[in-house]
Design a protein around this ligand. Sequence first.
Ligand SMILES: NC(=O)c1ccc[n+]([C@@H]2O[C@H](COP(=O)([O-])OP(=O)(O)OC[C@H]3O[C@@H](n4cnc5c(N)ncnc54)[C@H](O)[C@@H]3O)[C@@H](O)[C@H]2O)c1
Ligand SMILES: [Mg+2]
Length: 352
Amino acid sequence: MSLYCGTACRRKIFWCYRLLSTYVTKTRYLCELKEDDDACKKAQQTGAFYLFHNLAPLLQKSEHQYLAPQHSLLELERLLSKFGQDSQILEDSVLIGCSEEQEAWFALDLGLNSSSSINASLQKAEIETALQGSFIKLTKALFELNVKDASLLSTAQALLRWHDAHQFCSRSGKPTKKNVSGSKRVCPSNNIIYYPQVAPVVITLVSDGTRCLLVRQSSFPKGMYSALAGFCDIGESLEETVRREIAEEVGLEVDRLHYSASQHWPFPNSTLMIACHATVKPGQTELQVNLRELEAAAWFSRDEVATVLRRNNPSNQQQSGAVPFWLPPKLAIAHQLIKEWVEKPTCSPLPA
Ligand SMILES: NC(=O)c1ccc[n+]([C@@H]2O[C@H](COP(=O)([O-])OP(=O)(O)OC[C@H]3O[C@@H](n4cnc5c(N)ncnc54)[C@H](O)[C@@H]3O)[C@@H](O)[C@H]2O)c1
Ligand SMILES: [Mg+2]
């Protein structure tokens, strides 16, 4: 028995080491490409490119989902020459990841005009025909992509958008220059370095012990309720943002809170969603909804929420007419937070 345990443990350690080793190797390769322009240019030769047009990714529709096609550098050069463009636009590509075999992945927007490129943007319809795909807004396609492509294209879109919006130095007004990977931009006149920014947002599922608080903004799709969210202000800790947002939006005071998980979220721009569970002070459950920020807020029982989660499709609900609201889709961290609350009734937040 002990011999079996020993062998099993050694096997487990061996596999852990192998997993860690692949991850570390990949991470260090990406780290090198981010900083080393020559290494990154070399990686482009054997790399794969995801294409965008005005921040909409090129996709191909297969039966039930969208697929994101990859193109080699050679294919892109052929495409550009077909449309009478030189390959300078390739300098606008950004590094977004790599495979376990160290094939680097890049994203390139053929529709945005960059300050470093003399090329006019390429016509959308012509490229779509040439590449047998369509440029589809991420808001429409995200929930019909597999998890890997959804994450990769969200990252790519956020990075392309950031570069598009930071082409000029805010101090000198002169054009900034991107490094090959796109991990930063530098102003050549004063050497100020600009790094892609992330906006942290806290999303909190508030509970009174037996019920949870779900809210609606007027911009949400009809009938959808979610957890309460808010941007972090400069100078705040996450705990302070949670307390302030809950006080501002529903007039409640947080008693205890705990961190659950986080997620990059591409809409409407790009945010880092930090998900928490919170409970309110005992007996303080009366809502004072801030109608400038929210359309509605209400307490829901575990049973009500569990029922909606089981049949979480707005069209199903319209047909049956049995459930008055629906929740964010599985990919959204709000969904995970709500599911966690339903499935783990004993989850007990820490003092705020
Ligand atoms: N992934 C998910 O499950 C999920 C669920 C709910 C909300 N969200 C996202 O959370 C984000 C924030 O939620 P909210 O709208 O309730 O936030 P919020 O309550 O802070 O209100 C938004 C307002 O905050 C201000 N603001 C402050 N800093 C800002 C910044 N850096 N960028 C934009 N506006 C800023 C603006 O006036 C804006 O109108 C939204 O982008 C939304 O898409 C994601
Ligand atoms: Mg909010």
